[in-house]
Design a protein around this ligand. Structure first.
Ligand code: GRF
Length: 192
């Protein structure tokens, strides 16, 4: 399964997917890393890892539709089968999402359906939650609401702040996302 990873920032999940995809027999190949911001640090990491990269700067597009169309064209150009959002901070339009329906997944730093949206670690602490974590889910037009592929749980510890909690969740993300991508890619491959 030719897979594209879409990023906007540091790209630590991207790096974990690239690394996992090197394992012999892994059912996905990372064929493209695409960023919507020139300053996304993950772009450099992807190049250093020898992965093809592309930049489509969302701020240069007047409308969401035009950006989505450029993105779609670029993914097709690279014959992409499957898309992984990994810290991609741009909301995609409903048409684009439907076109890639069942072939686009995201990682979100909470135990969905709890804590959709941003700032999840601070909110988990503010709500006094004892448990937190991360979720890989299919992307649907409604934000953070698609079918869940996999989750990992993290205990909230006394003395945690948003940063310490984020660090422990991120360590789980780096294991969960490669495993979830393998599951989805293998399932799609078996459908032909
Ligand atoms: C991660 O916490 C991910 O769950 C969220 O954005 C962050 C991206 O981090 N969607 P990185 O760019 O993968 O390091």
């Amino acid at each position: 399964m030719r897979t594209a990873i879409l990023i906007s920032g540091r790209g630590s999940n991207m790096a974990s997917l690239i690394e996992a995809a090197r394992t012999p027999g892994y059912p996905a190949t990372i064929a493209l890393v695409l960023a919507n911001r020139a300053d996304a640090a993950g772009l450099k990491k992807a190049r250093a890892a020898g992965v093809e990269t592309a930049l489509i700067e969302s701020r240069q597009f007047v409308s969401r539709e035009d950006f989505d169309a450029a993105l779609d064209r670029r993914l097709r150009e690279s014959r992409i089968d499957l898309v992984c959002l990994a810290g991609f901070m741009r909301i995609l339009g409903a048409d684009f999402v439907r076109r890639w329906g069942g072939r686009m997944i995201n990682i979100h730093p909470s135990l969905l359906p709890d804590l959709r949206g941003l700032d999840t670690h601070r909110r988990a602490l503010a709500e006094g939650r004892r448990e937190h974590g991360c979720t890989v889910h299919f992307v649907t037009p409604e934000l953070d609401a698609g079918e869940i592929v996999a989750q990992a749980r993290v205990a909230v510890l006394p003395g945690d702040d948003a940063e310490t909690l984020a660090t422990r969740v991120l360590a789980e993300e780096h294991k969960l996302y490669p495993a979830a991508l393998a599951t989805v890619a293998a399932a799609l491959a078996s459908q032909g």
